[in-house]
Design a protein around this ligand. Structure first.
Ligand SMILES: *[C@@H]1O[C@H](CO)[C@@H](O)[C@H](O)[C@H]1NC(C)=O
Ligand SMILES: *[C@@H]1O[C@H](CO)[C@@H](O)[C@H](O)[C@H]1NC(C)=O
Ligand SMILES: *[C@@H]1O[C@H](CO)[C@@H](O)[C@H](O)[C@H]1NC(C)=O
Ligand SMILES: *[C@@H]1O[C@H](CO)[C@@H](O)[C@H](O)[C@H]1NC(C)=O
Ligand SMILES: *[C@@H]1O[C@H](CO)[C@@H](O)[C@H](O)[C@H]1NC(C)=O
Length: 614
């Protein structure tokens, strides 16, 4: 329906406005600490630079691990690549997407190409391109950088005149050893530097250098004898500019008015809908009434579709089954909105029935559904926003940096337990449309504000088209699917085995991110390790500090190996898995495991007892 077209517009607009990739909510996106555009920008630089060191260094998901890159939150604010013998080319527009950049240094390389256009890098404070092979003009865009403090362009091959720098922020400036020509502009800023900043150019003249300018070189100077002619030109240019601006403003105003009118129209539609009787318990009410309404799982509507429409939304990227957004409601609350695509050709009733089944699942380790929406054009799921992201991030985010909080044994065992219990609950459910979960993996295990693990994305195998499931769901990568084209509860057990191996090894599973070059087929890898008896190397180093826990880790590993068995009938079922995980004891905190157990303590006994037993 039309209302949704508008919703999409709003979403798309804010998507363009701030295309952040935040720590992933679920499978939506597993890039950490990077906006997609900025990551792509750096990857494009890497391609142009042909530098084996950078090729090795710039790979992981987290920009914190990228050599020379400084991030603040998800934004790149610094890029310092000095003395690296980079010999490649850079494009003029290469930095357009690094809009938060504040420091850039390529000092002492052999980078060539024209000086970049910095018109989008309005926060730039320090720029050092010295000792490279840049040619062409000094980009006039630099004149508009009002925060620029330091500009080092010496020892390149730049040509043409020096632009009219007059920002008062500029305290360091060097253009010596280039091929610049013409008079040095008579601005207070440029005149404040001495001749050492200008030495060794092809032909720079006028103060502060001692060469006086000949008559020919004065044409470029708007303050010279040609002043009146230049003034006239400037006036004409100004008039043209003003006319152009006026046209733009008129067009913009008209557009805005149209949009406003549309918005009012849409709001009217919603108000009219609201005029219908809204039942207190939405789940009870009949299908035809909730056409085009947001259905709330827990009865009382907490917000309206209109609130979602006007909420600022931020794309979290492409999930497995459609785009995922984080919408910020007016009251400050965040919710996750998933737009489903690639659905089975279900009737409206079939879709709504399955959503009700999903909504009915209540377990402390299942991520609850807040609401859903169905219209011909749009199918939406609304979830709670989980501030602590997902298990994938917890396991792999910030590795090798000081920001990394170690994820210790007790906490990992708690996660293994929570996930097992959630899966058991789903498997015991009388409703056959819930099994298999089909897509159990670390990025689908969310971590809530109490650091409790919640399994998400259950019940979707029944509504997502087979072609997409086969392509994107973990269970369809299991040995039995490859052989017999069938998945079952035991495929979930297999997925669980993989997940536990990811927990124990700290390695990226190929099931989580097939395209990551660190990714490992964990079942085969662990099998080989066990066979070849290098078991000790299997475990994540963050676990190995707790040597007293090794017994428990081995026990969990054995369980995971059984879950991974090629033959489904040899795998335990989820109830057995739960019992076995529960039998593993967390050792008492002792002297050898003293360091940084804060996370463990908060995650082990407390959170286990906080979740009522089945
Ligand atoms: C990082 O970003 C925050 C918020 O945008 C800002 O307050 C802070 O000063 C920034 N830190 C640095 C080092 O730029
Ligand atoms: C420039 O970088 C090279 C390595 O590429 C290094 O050997 C050299 O010492 C550096 N020169 C200066 C002046 O820093
Ligand atoms: C900047 O990002 C946009 C997408 O928002 C992309 O289309 C464009 O190619 C990027 N520009 C550069 C120079 O990387
Ligand atoms: C400077 O320009 C002159 C001619 O314009 C050219 O011959 C010379 O090679 C240039 N020098 C550098 C370092 O680019
Ligand atoms: C500018 O750079 C040159 C090296 O190319 C150096 O000799 C000179 O001292 C520098 N000038 C200033 C003011 O730092």
């Amino acid at each position: 329906m039309g209302v949704f077209k508008f919703f999409i517009l709003v979403v798309l607009a804010s998507f363009v406005a701030h295309n952040y990739i935040v720590v992933a909510q679920d499978d939506a996106e597993i890039i950490i600490g990077f906006t997609e555009d900025e990551r792509n920008t750096l990857l494009a630089l890497k391609t142009g630079f042909h530098n084996t060191f950078l090729d090795e260094q710039w790979q992981s998901f987290n920009c914190i691990n990228w050599y020379g890159v400084t991030c603040n939150g998800s934004r790149v604010i610094g890029l310092t690549l000095e003395n690296l013998d980079i010999t490649g080319e850079i494009n003029v527009d290469a930095l357009f997407n690094l809009t938060a950049l504040s420091v850039l240094s390529f000092r002492n390389n052999s980078i060539f190409g024209q000086v970049m256009d910095f018109s989008k890098n309005i926060g730039l404070e320090r720029l050092d391109l010295s000792r490279n092979k840049f040619d062409g003009l000094i980009s006039p865009s630099l004149v508009n950088l009002v925060l620029l403090e330091s500009l080092q362009l010496q020892e390149n091959r730049m040509t043409g005149p020096i632009p009219w720098f007059d920002q008062s922020s500029l305290k360091e400036f060097n253009v010596s050893n280039n091929n610049l020509t013409g008079p040095i502009p008579n601005t207070r800023t440029l005149q404040s530097f001495n001749s050492l900043s200008y030495d060794h150019n092809l032909f720079l003249c006028g103060p502060p250098v001692s060469i006086t300018c000949g008559p020919a070189s004065q044409v470029n100077d708007p303050r010279s004898s040609k002043k009146s002619w230049v003034d006239a030109t400037l006036i004409i240019v100004n008039i043209i500019g003003l006319v152009f601006l006026a046209i733009l403003l008129t067009v913009f105003y008209k557009k805005k008015k149209q949009v406003n009118e549309k918005m009012i129209e849409k709001k009217k539609v919603i108000l009219e809908e609201k005029g219908d009787e809204i039942p207190s318990n939405v789940i009870d009410h009949q299908a035809k009434e909730d056409l085009g309404k947001l259905v709330f799982v827990d009865g009382e509507p907490e917000f309206e579709l209109g609130d979602l429409m006007t909420a600022s939304a931020e794309s979290l990227g492409d999930g497995n089954f459609g785009k995922t957004y984080r919408a910020k409601l007016d009251d400050g609350r965040n919710v996750i909105v998933k737009r489903l695509r690639d659905l089975k050709p279900l009737s409206r009733d079939e879709f709504m029935n399955q959503l009700r089944v999903i909504a009915d699942q209540k377990h402390p380790n299942l991520a609850p559904l807040l609401g859903y929406f169905y219209s011909n054009d749009e199918k939406l799921l609304v979830h709670k926003f989980m501030i602590n992201g997902n298990l994938f991030n917890l396991l792999h985010g910030g590795r090798g940096t000081r920001d990394r909080i170690p994820f210790r044994w007790g906490a990992r065992l708690t996660v293994a337990h929570a996930v097992a219990r959630a899966m058991e609950y789903l498997h015991m459910n009388p409703s056959s449309t819930l099994v298999p979960h089909g897509n159990l993996r670390s990025s689908n295990v969310l971590i809530d504000e109490n650091k409790c693990a919640l399994v998400s994305d259950y019940g979707l195998t029944a509504i997502i088209s087979n072609a997409v499931s086969v392509h994107r769901m973990v269970a369809f990568k299991s040995p039995e699917y490859l052989i017999s084209k069938k998945v079952s509860k035991k495929s979930d057990v297999w997925s669980y085995g993989n997940l536990v191996m990811e927990l124990l090894t700290g390695r990226v599973s190929i099931l989580s991110v097939p395209q990551d070059n660190r990714a490992v087929d964990l079942c085969s890898w662990v099998h080989r390790a066990v066979r070849e008896e290098w078991t000790a190397e299997i475990f994540d180093l963050e676990l190995m500090v707790q040597r007293s826990a090794i017994h428990g880790m081995l026990k969990l590993l054995q369980l995971a190996v059984r879950c991974c068995d090629k033959a489904p009938e040899n795998r335990p079922d989820m109830s057995e898995v739960v019992r076995e995980v529960e039998s593993i004891k967390v050792p008492n905190v002792d002297s050898e495991s003293e360091e940084d157990l804060s996370l463990d303590r908060s995650l082990t006994d407390d959170s286990m007892s906080a979740t009522p037993s089945r």
